[in-house]
Ligand binder design. Structure first.
Ligand code: FAD
Ligand code: SAM
Length: 686
């Protein structure tokens, strides 16, 4: 079964025994049970994992290390109650330099429910602020990766729900262990913390040890509570030295060690078009992000949080003046009964977006009013039913609702008999969000219409040239967040991003459905009224190039809403003679409906390199891809820019900063900028 199948994640069943949580499936304690907790469980974690990995002194010395990506990564095999995580976070905040980030990558196959965690944290007298923040941000327990930022971004938890081996191998750069870390900085310390090997052998398998080794490098350490000979042997077989140390309390021994040898060189079994053959540049940290829409501003913010000196450039004087310039943008849910890349990415992006925008909603920007999906055809009715069934155990994510709930949630007398409600979503004013993103990180915005980009071989920097042939700015790293206009540059001309016009209609108070309390999405969408206006949209006008609003599109938008539900038709009071204000602009869409995020391939060299795929799509080409140095792209966000951008910006920043990626490889490749070239070569299209 695929690790991301929803049915494979069940919450743990716990019992309280001797004042400590006990897992009935594995017949073992999460931590040991002597009173009081702060005298035992806490000290046990500190002794076994923190001290044996020497974290305190390593973290105090971080500033004296040579060039680094200012990220310290811990990998853990069983998240459990989060005790190890919170203990590490607490020490990190006390000892590590402020400009470093802790990246804690943990796997968990039986996550604890939020209620159980709450009960456990209530029994501790420590970490109250951290555990409260973790609980507030604790994800809906869907399989796959959940990115959670704590302590104003000083800590990032990457909680991977699924089997440890599958999850750890899925975040590697390549299935070949020799390339698993390709140009990425390794895990610095491992907390190997399954239940006891006798009761939980799957977590101590040779496969897991191989995955651990493939994400390790020379200075990587590990610590574990068990000294079982199979564990010692397994770890030393994959290249760790192991050392027995005295155990905690009444335990005789525990184990620690350091990685000594490189993982075995395995022959390439796949065509590694997605890995860059050039060594990554040194750590000079200046970046330009071209484009100040939601893609550019989220990317700039994610880079600035990692210590990059970022400048955003846009041809407008202010942020979000093109696709991202609508008054109200909906964080739109797009799920499916299928389990392929598109819905999995949408699920991860959507849950991350709801966490990412929470502080903005809390500040009063837009509203986390929930999004109500209503069927607009027989097919979509079936589709909603299948989604409801698939996500039945995740009520915090989505609930199937009947007519009375629909009326109650929407505040309108609607006739729909069924729908789906996403309580954690809502709408945002993207311009204000973009402004905040830059302001929070003190990122300057410069205005220029860029006509050319080129990399200067002397300075090894990207230079941006305007229409008068003036060099406007230069930086080590360039991120293109120019939506469909990436095609204006020769380096990214090969990307097929379509310019797709859309128009929203602004209903004034008199005509608005002013009682509407939630976003409604059917064929189109309508948001609750704000500042006397209500947005309703949006049209799709293929082949139309004009930013002038058109009466026919207003009419189409309103009909879309009326056709969604007769109750909506009644709530919106207008006549065909009325004229409306609104806004028209363009989306940048892709043919596979997925964003484009990552390094920019050199298309001409790529075609030569992977020419053999034209003759045999299944052949393995034994060479890594050819990419422009330090040139990245973040575009093609289509109709769901608000939902995608927090996730895709984070992926991009992790890639640029050489961090182990926070998303499964399969999903990353589905959004990779070079995917079109490879597909087209295989289909003889180029
Ligand atoms: C009518 C309509 C309704 C929509 N509704 C929603 C919704 O409800 N929810 C949702 O999630 N999404 C919605 N979308 C889609 C969403 O707007 C896009 O996904 C999102 O705005 C894309 O953001 P972006 O940053 O990639 O592009 P943009 O916001 O278009 O930003 C690109 C920026 O690059 C700049 N730029 C380009 N070339 C250059 C150059 N050469 N030099 C300098 N600057 C340059 C542009 O000026 C622009 O500011 C809607 C789109 C439309 C058109
Ligand atoms: C001893 S507990 C971990 C305690 C935890 N580190 C803490 O701080 O509370 C072991 C954890 O490993 C998880 N686990 C067991 N087998 C697993 C597997 N194959 N993949 C991922 N997690 C697994 C269990 O569900 C359990 O939460």
């Amino acid at each position: 079964m695929a690790n991301s199948d929803l049915s494979c994640i069940k919450t743990a069943t716990i019992e309280w025994r001797d004042n400590a949580p006990f897992c009935t499936e594995f017949d073992d304690f999460y931590y040991r049970s002597k009173q009081p907790f702060s005298e035992h469980g806490l000290k046990e974690t500190d002794y076994l994992f923190i001290q044996q990995n020497n974290l305190s002194s390593r973290w105090q010395g971080l500033d004296s290390l040579p060039s680094q990506n200012k990220t310290f990564s811990i990998g853990e095999t069983g998240f459990g109650t989060g005790l190890n995580f919170l203990t590490a976070c607490d020490l990190w905040l006390k000892t590590a330099p402020r400009d470093w980030r802790l990246k804690f990558i943990s796997t968990e196959i039986r996550p604890l429910s939020a209620d159980d965690l709450q009960a456990i944290y209530a029994s501790w007298s420590v970490f109250s602020d951290l555990s409260k923040e973790l609980l507030e941000k604790y994800p809906i327990l869907t399989p796959g990766v959940h990115l959670i930022e704590l302590a104003q971004g000083r800590i990032q938890l990457i909680l991977m729900l699924g089997d440890a081996n599958q999850m750890l191998s899925s975040i590697a750069e390549s299935p070949d262990s020799a390339l698993a870390l390709h140009q990425k900085k390794a895990i610095d310390a491992w907390f190997l913390d399954g239940f006891t090997p006798a009761k939980n052998p799957e977590l101590w398998s040779d496969e897991i040890f191989n995955s651990i080794a493939s994400l390790s490098a020379e200075n990587t350490t590990f610590a574990t509570f068990t000294c079982a000979s199979a564990v010692r042997k397994g770890l030393s077989n994959v290249g760790f030295n192991t050392q027995k140390v005295s155990g905690f309390s009444d335990k005789r021994e525990s184990l620690k060690g350091q990685f000594e040898s490189q993982p075995l060189n395995t022959p390439a079994s796949v065509t590694h078009w997605f890995l860059d053959q050039q060594p990554k540049q040194s750590e000079r940290k200046t970046a330009i992000v071209l484009g100040a829409g939601i893609a550019g501003c989220t990317a700039a913010s994610a880079l600035a949080k990692r210590g990059y000196r970022v400048t955003v450039i846009d041809r407008h004087q202010t942020v979000a003046n093109e696709g991202s310039g609508n008054l109200q943008a909906v964080v739109y849910p797009k799920l499916s009964k299928q389990n392929d890349a598109l819905p999995r990415i949408n699920l991860t992006a959507m849950t991350m977006a709801s966490r990412f925008y929470k502080p903005y909603w809390d500040q009063g920007l837009g509203s986390q009013c929930g999004v109500l999906l209503l069927p607009d055809s027989e097919k979509s009715r079936t589709n909603l039913e299948q989604i409801a069934e698939r996500y039945a155990q995740h009520k915090r994510l989505v609930t199937a609702v009947d007519n009375s709930q629909i009326c109650h949630l929407s505040g309108l007398s609607l006739q729909a008999q069924q729908g789906l409600f996403f309580p954690q979503l809502g709408w945002l004013p993207p311009q204000a969000v973009c402004q905040q993103l830059l302001k929070e990180q003190c990122i300057p915005l410069a205005s220029a219409d860029i006509k050319k980009i080129h990399r200067c071989t002397d300075s090894q920097q990207w230079r941006l040239i305007d229409e008068s042939d003036n060099a406007i700015a230069s930086a080590d790293i360039l991120v293109l967040a120019t939506a469909y206009e990436c095609q204006q540059f020769p380096q990214t001309e090969f990307l097929s991003v379509n310019q797709l016009r859309g128009q929203v209609t602004h209903l004034p108070q008199q005509q608005a459905a002013s009682n509407l309390k939630t976003v409604i999405c059917g064929k189109g969408y309508i948001a609750p009224i704000t500042n006397g206006l209500q947005s309703c949209g949006a049209s799709y006008n293929k082949g139309v190039i004009s930013k002038q609003t058109r009466a026919e599109d207003h009419s189409a938008n309103l009909h879309m809403m009326q056709n969604t539900d007769p109750g909506l038709a009644e709530a919106i009071q207008y006549s065909e003679k009325d004229s409306f204000d609104g806004r028209a602009n363009y989306r940048g869409t892709t043919n596979d409906y997925l964003p484009i995020v990552g390094p920019v391939p050199n298309a001409e060299l790529f075609k030569q390199q992977y020419d053999a795929l034209r003759r045999d799509a299944t052949t393995t080409v034994d060479s890594l891809g050819n990419y422009f140095p330090n040139l990245y792209i973040h575009c093609g966000l289509g109709s769901r820019g608000l939902s995608y951008a927090p996730l895709t910006a984070e992926l991009l920043a992790a890639e640029i900063n050489r961090e182990i990626s926070p998303l499964e490889r399969e999903l990353r490749l589905a959004m990779h900028p070079a995917r079109f070239l490879i597909r087209d070569l295989k289909r003889h299209k180029i």
